[in-house]
Design a protein around this ligand. Structure first.
Ligand code: HEM
Length: 486
């Protein structure tokens, strides 16, 4: 044995020397990075923290701890040591500060375009395009944002979305009923994709449009993948899918420009009629809607089903609300109206609580446009602030029994409210999600249909993961039981 060890050490001596050399360099770089943070007598101090390993920073530890129950381990340990705003390099952003301070998070997001600006990394920009909303700044961002808000406001939802959402969700659920056992995560993805394809481009459901839906799927899947653009990777498939989608969208734009007399009730037609945007801007805006509106809403639906399955009391209360709504409408009159939607109460508590525990946005990145003074420290111009929304959503300092699914916390005045900066599932300020009313509307109509049509049982234990997006490892398989004979 001893001989074996000697032979391994001596025959590979050059590898050991090289390894030692790399370790020394990494240590020296780390010390010099850490020293940057201490500040000299006349230099303002950076927030406390550690740079971690060069380039990698503390990413590995963050990813490991992101899986821990409650997801707060990484933040709890750092907060205890450094406070809620600390220097920390993650995902290759080396000159960066993490914030889990709700008031500072709100300050950062509300000063979008003035003191801070959204800074998407190049691989992400390549997918969403030059004019994808997250990549656009200044006047154009404000204009596109205002257009998106206008396209997705309450009045439009009640007039243009009500019928389509119900038709598409109900058609989907009829098929699920025939199948019996379904992975609910994939199925929710499918119905939301069908809805977005219809509302964005007036495309018929997926079965008739195989290729384009495959491209939608590949594109959405790639947005949060490792950005390695070589054949066979998810990212490369996403870039290819972007090309296919662009071709299709440009064809649709051409049709709308050449035949303005054809009546269509989709967002593309409205963007073309607006008259001020180039084709390139319109195409990237539509693609961005796919990115922003599919996985986010579908995941919220999946997590609502998961949390309700684990909390029978909440499920019964929700079912009672929606059975009563249907009963009041009478047989043969099951389609909901805008007033029905507005009369729903408990479903909004369920949605709030689902987005608190399993909301799609874990972190938002902002770049400081000038030196920012915060407490006794300075965040230098050009540094990134990583605003961790989900960490404040599950922080016991701000939410009682923070790790539990308790929709009732949203019920009474004086308990949790949507205004607090410790709860910002849709962001804040100049980039506040313009799709927030649509998302809530979709989730509410989905839950209404789902709980009134089905009972269900979970088929296997399926672990939830929460980074980069909330997801379940096996798509959350369930067995459906029709409620028709109840
Ligand atoms: C539960 C579902 C959703 C969640 C949790 C969510 C969350 C968010 C958040 C946190 C932001 C802010 C990003 C930032 O500050 O950089 C955002 C932006 C955005 N969202 Fe949503 N979103 C959802 C659904 C939707 C839907 C359904 C649409 C539209 C179809 C949509 C369209 C957008 C757009 C266009 C932006 C960019 C705004 C801008 O940068 O000016 N979102 N979303």
């Amino acid at each position: 044995m001893e001989q074996l060890i000697y032979s391994i050490v001596y025959s590979n001596w050059y590898l050991w020397v090289l390894g030692l050399f790399i370790c020394v360099i990494l240590l020296l770089l780390r010390r010099s990075n850490d020293r940057q943070g201490n500040g000299s007598a006349n230099k303002p101090k950076l927030p406390p923290g550690s740079a971690g390993l060069p380039f990698i920073g503390e990413t590995i530890r963050f990813l490991r701890d992101a899986k821990s129950p409650g997801r707060r381990k990484f933040f709890d340990e750092h907060e205890l040591r450094y406070g809620p705003i600390f220097r920390c390099s993650l995902f290759g952003r080396t000159r960066a500060v993490v914030s889990v301070d709700p008031e500072f998070n709100k300050y950062v997001l509300q000063n979008e375009g003035r003191l801070f600006e959204s800074n998407a990394l190049a691989p992400f920009r390549n997918l969403i395009g030059k004019y994808g909303l997250s990549a656009v700044q200044g006047e154009l961002q404000r204009k596109l944002h205002a257009t998106a808000v206008n396209l997705l406001k309450h009045e439009t939802l009640s007039s243009d979305f009500m019928e389509d959402i119900q038709d598409i969700f109900q058609a989907g659920m009829r098929k699920w009923e025939e199948e019996g056992d379904i992975p609910i995560q994939h199925k929710c993805n499918q119905i939301v994709l069908n809805l977005m394809a219809k509302k964005l481009l007036d495309l018929p459901p997926s079965e008739e449009m195989g290729d384009i839906y495959k491209a939608f799927d590949d594109f959405v899947g790639a947005v949060l993948s490792f950005p390695l653009n070589i054949p066979g990777t998810t990212y490369a498939r996403g870039i290819r899918a972007r090309g296919i989608l662009l071709k299709r969208i440009h064809k649709c734009i051409k049709e709308r420009r050449e035949h303005p007399e054809v009546l269509r009730n989709d967002l593309l037609t409205k963007l073309v009629r607006e008259g001020t945007f180039s084709d390139e801007i319109i195409a990237d805006t539509i693609i961005f809607f796919v990115f922003a509106g599919v996985e986010t809403s579908a995941m919220a639906m999946t997590f609502a089903v998961k949390y309700l399955a684990e909390n029978p009391r909440a499920l019964e209360e929700l079912r009672a609300e929606h059975d009563a709504l249907l009963k009041a409408k009478g047989k043969g009159n099951e389609k909901l109206t805008w007033n029905d939607y507005q009369s729903m109460k408990f479903v909004h508590c369920v949605i709030n609580e689902t987005l608190r525990l399993g909301g799609a946005t874990v972190v938002l990145f902002r770049e400081a446009k000038q030196d920012i003074k915060v407490k006794d420290f300075v965040i230098p111009k050009g540094w990134t602030v990583s605003v961790f929304l989900s960490a404040t959503h599950v922080d016991g300092k701000y939410h009682y029994e923070a790790d539990k699914f308790l929709p009732w916390r949203w019920q009474n005045e004086g308990q949790e409210t949507l205004e607090e900066p410790c709860y910002m599932p849709f962001g804040r300020g100049g980039r506040l999600c313009p799709g927030l009313h649509l998302a809530r509307f979709e989730i509410a109509l989905f839950l209404h249909n789902f709980v009134t049509k089905f009972r269900w049982e979970q088929l296997e234990i399926d672990r939830a993961t929460y980074f980069p997006l909330p997801s379940t490892e096996n798509g959350f398989p369930i067995r459906l039981y029709s409620r028709v004979h109840e």
